[in-house]
Design a protein around this ligand. Structure first.
Ligand SMILES: Cc1ncc(COP(=O)(O)O)c(C=O)c1O
Length: 393
């Protein structure tokens, strides 16, 4: 059932950011894009059918969530994650990044500090700074196996700073691929609750978790602190719907929810587009088997990357992938500057993965590879990279 993911689908000249912007952004020609986090796979057939029916209906007036829209998300989180979400807690947003912007504007003030853990999804720092807030970084640490851990002593110090008001948690964590364990999440909650820090938990990658690991929605283990946790979720990474622009902000506390609804209204962001609700319902109601097949396929691509790297790029170290479809590879042993590494990928190999330093200076010397493409595409990119490294010598 994973053969569908082998199909190569031309995305050039479709307005795809990944394919149509890559040459300009990376300064190359005909680059093979392995960067931004969307997939080169079609969304599940049930979603395509539902969207086609909607298109054929032909009327695209103002749209709102119906009971069936709420229940698709509620049932999904209950089935897949054991999380019972109340309908009232759910607010629509066109995306998680827009949601994070509005959350920062609504619940913090100018110059307040917001904790993030670099290397992390780069818009976190940008959104904080664009809004005139300050980044309080708690860098992740690598253990002796190269896996990433949270530095809780440093997190406590950051949380104790008078300016600290919010923590933006990435769970699972892009780009290092960690799925945080319950004990780690509980310690974060403890530190934040001791210091009255509101937690915004970005769980956009929650469905993309590999066997042996389990995503734990932060809210489900927060006991007395649930009113101070706001969770961002979306079907967009899971089902390749980023361009449809649909996400949900889960806000259990009524006062916070009213405040947030007011901000969303002021920003003119309350209503979904006509395709958003249709896509989300179809994906959450019918996409489960497709997702299980996808996870198998991505896991296969990751195994391929690991084996290929150990045979052909033996000085590169692939970080364990617990969640997300983004592999994090350490090239520091090659002793190249960030410019040399960029040039090697773009100018010599003709591929465009994400340079690690965009996720914070802690990512320098690392590269993030998007595994959500046909295996033959990944193989092609990796072969070109191996060749470019061979020519270095
Ligand atoms: C952690 C994280 N949050 C948010 C997003 C983007 O969310 P959206 O497209 O809904 O704004 C991404 C995309 O890669 C992500 O990795």
């Amino acid at each position: 059932m994973t053969e569908i993911f082998d199909e190569i689908i031309n995305r050039k000249n479709t307005g795809s950011e990944k394919w149509d912007k890559v040459d300009d952004l990376f300064g190359g020609e005909n680059l093979l894009p392995l960067w931004v986090a969307d997939m080169d796979f079609r969304t599940p057939p049930e979603v395509i059918d539902a969207l086609s029916q909607k298109a054929a209906h032909g009327i695209f007036g103002y749209t709102s969530y119906m009971d069936s829209t709420y229940s698709s998300a509620i049932n999904w989180f209950s089935r897949r994650h054991g999380w019972r979400i109340e309908k009232e807690w759910i607010l629509f947003s066109p995306g998680v990044v827009p949601a994070i912007n509005i959350l920062i504007q609504t619940f913090t003030n100018l110059c307040d500090g917001i904790i993030i853990q670099r290397p992390v999804y780069h818009p976190f720092a940008r959104v904080i700074e664009n809004n005139g807030r300050k980044v309080l970084n708690n860098p992740l640490r690598q253990n002796k196996n190269g896996n990433y851990e949270i530095d809780f002593d440093h997190l406590r110090k950051q949380a104790q700073k008078p300016a600290a008001k919010m923590m933006l948690l990435c769970t699972p964590h892009n780009p290092v691929g960690r799925v945080w364990r319950a004990d780690e999440l509980k310690e974060i909650i403890k530190i934040c609750s001791d210091n009255n820090i509101l937690i915004v938990s970005d769980e956009i990658h929650c469905d993309l978790v590999f066997s042996g690991h389990k995503h734990i929605p932060l809210h489900t283990i927060a006991d007395g602190y649930t009113d101070n946790i706001i969770t961002c979720t979306a079907p967009s990474k899971t089902f390749n719907l980023a361009g449809v622009q649909v996400s949900n902000i889960i806000v259990p506390d009524e006062e916070k929810r009213n405040k947030l609804r007011n901000s969303l209204m002021k920003a003119g962001m309350l209503d979904p587009n006509s395709f958003a609700t249709v896509a989300m319902e179809a994906a959450y109601n019918h996409g489960e088997q497709w997702l299980d097949n996808l996870l198998n396929y991505i896991n296969g691509n990751f195994e391929f990357l690991k084996n290929f790297t150990s045979e052909n790029l033996s000085d590169a170290k692939v970080t364990d992938l617990q969640g997300t479809y983004l592999a994090w590879v350490d090239f520091r042993k090659y002793n190249l500057s960030t410019k040399e590494l960029d040039d090697l990928f773009v100018k010599k190999a003709g591929v465009a993965p994400s340079p690690g330093y965009i996720f914070g200076p802690e990512g320098a010397g690392f590269t993030r590879f998007n595994l959500a493409c046909p295996k033959s595409v990944l193989e092609n990119g990796l072969k070109r990279i191996a060749e470019a490294f061979r020519n270095l010598k």
